[in-house]
Design a protein around this ligand. Structure first.
Ligand code: HEM
Length: 424
């Protein structure tokens, strides 16, 4: 069987759906990175995939993904008790309703401030603006100062305006975006992602050391930085500063990545202007339905993967030990067996109805505390339900531009970054 690593890189989101179409019903077998691979989808596949006896993560992620997207030693790469303990730290920081509300309030303030500023300009590129305002909000919330101290930069990047906090915010936003943007390519975006990660890990490792040496009493509501700095592994040891930096970044980076969904929301409003009025005036229920549909419809995380620790059986199919098992997130979110007219953007499908746990899977499936499901879904939904109605209420024009969303690019976005003019 042909190794499909190169077709995957070349075809992006179209790779698995194409294979599925060509190979017919049932799980798709292929080869990836020199290993036999099988791709599954559907709620039963989600239960199978998130059973720890079926999928291990430790050696599943290749170095280029760790050195850009997740970081070495990240929670994503842990199994068993080690994973549960580290994961509990994320769950208590990110599933706390008060903390999520405080973050959403900061996001709202940053948007309101930025939107006033766009009104004074000839144009604004939504992708860049949203990533910047989310960076400011999440860094303040997580306890990461954006001071722009010269030592925050690699010597080769220093320039005279380094001290200005606006510069530090911009640099951080660009770095957080670069880490996501460059993980699935071998070109220049990838090298940008690696240097962005290196710069931010070094800076945050220093911050962790500073926080530890300040020796404050643990508070009842620690910031993310304080929680990570104080976290102890099963053997009682603190995380080494670099791994602690990796985990702080595992909160900052994906929060800023909600930019992708926000810009997709702008794209949806542009394509379906009839939905704008309702989103602008409706309460939380419709905003949440809209956010769910943005997460379902638009392409972001294509699949998640792990390795079979032993010979397994899935619905009569043999999976050999060491095989790669993929859960096809994008495919499941567009499976006609699960969604009526899956390629129609229709928030009504979630109106008055929350999706089942293993049905809508843009951020993984299963139980977030027990398995690897994303612990940031509450944050993602809070940010989207804060920003999308504000966007719907904003008066702006969408000039002629390239709004195509290329499916071969992972992650993808409207090519122009979504430019708006005449903001009022
Ligand atoms: C932008 C929207 C987001 C998307 C599309 C997304 C997607 C995902 C996916 C697909 C996974 C992997 C699930 C698996 O391995 O089975 C994941 C894990 C994770 N996400 Fe998110 N996520 C998003 C937002 C967030 C946010 C806002 C945070 C934190 C504030 C976050 C923190 C994490 C962490 C820490 C993990 C690792 C969990 C583990 O391995 O146990 N994510 N996310």
């Amino acid at each position: 069987m042909l190794d499909h690593t190169l077709p995957l890189l070349a075809q992006g989101y179209a790779w698995l759906p194409d294979l599925t179409r060509r190979k017919g019903p049932g799980p798709v077998r292929t080869r990836l990175m020199g290993k036999p691979a099988i791709a599954l989808r559907g709620p039963q596949a989600v239960s199978f995939f998130y059973d720890e006896n079926h999928v291990r993560r430790r050696t599943a992620l290749p170095e280029p993904i760790l050195s850009t997207l997740f970081g070495k030693g990240a929670v994503h790469t842990l199994d068993g008790e080690e994973h549960r303990r580290r994961k509990a730290m994320f769950v208590s920081a990110l599933k706390d309703a008060t903390a999520v509300t405080v973050l959403a309030e900061r996001v709202a303030e940053e948007w309101d401030r930025a939107a006033k500023e766009w009104a004074g300009r000839s144009q604004a590129t939504l992708f860049d603006e949203v990533s910047l305002l989310l960076t400011r909000a999440v860094c303040a919330w997580a306890g990461v100062p954006l001071t722009g101290h010269p030592s925050d930069r690699h010597p080769s990047d220093r320039h005279p305006s380094d001290q200005h906090p606006d510069d530090a915010a911009r640099q951080t936003a660009q770095d957080l975006v670069a880490m996501v943007d460059g993980f699935a390519t071998a070109g220049p975006r990838h090298w940008k992602a690696r240097s962005a990660r290196k710069r931010q890990e070094e800076r945050l490792a220093r911050l962790i050391e500073e926080v530890r040496s300040a020796g404050h009493e643990p508070s009842d509501a620690p910031s993310v930085v304080e929680a990570v700095a104080a976290h102890r592994e099963a053997d009682g040891r603190l995380l080494d500063p670099r791994t602690a930096a990796v985990e702080v970044l595992n909160v900052l980076r994906p929060t800023v990545a909600v930019t992708w969904f926000t810009v997709f929301g702008a794209h949806a409003l542009h394509r379906h202007p009839a939905l704008r009025e309702r989103l602008a005036t409706a309460g939380d229920g419709y905003a949440r339905a809209f956010a769910h549909e943005v997460r379902r419809f638009y392409p972001f995380a294509p699949f998640v993967a792990g390795l079979a620790p032993s010979d397994l059986e899935w619905q009569g199919e043999h999976i050999a030990e060491g095989s790669m098992i993929l859960l096809d997130l994008y495919g499941q979110n567009h499976d006609p067996g699960l969604w009526k007219a899956p390629y129609r953007f229709d928030p009504e499908r979630f109106d008055g109805r929350e999706p089942g746990r293993d049905e809508l899977v843009p951020q993984g499936g299963g139980d977030a505390s027990a398995g690897h499901r994303c612990p940031g879904e509450d944050v993602t939904l809070a940010v989207l339900t804060t920003l999308l109605p504000r966007l719907a209420r904003l008066d702006y024009r969408v000039p002629e531009q390239d709004l195509r969303i290329p499916l071969h690019r992972v992650p993808t976005r409207p090519r122009s970054g979504f430019v708006i003019t005449d903001v009022r």
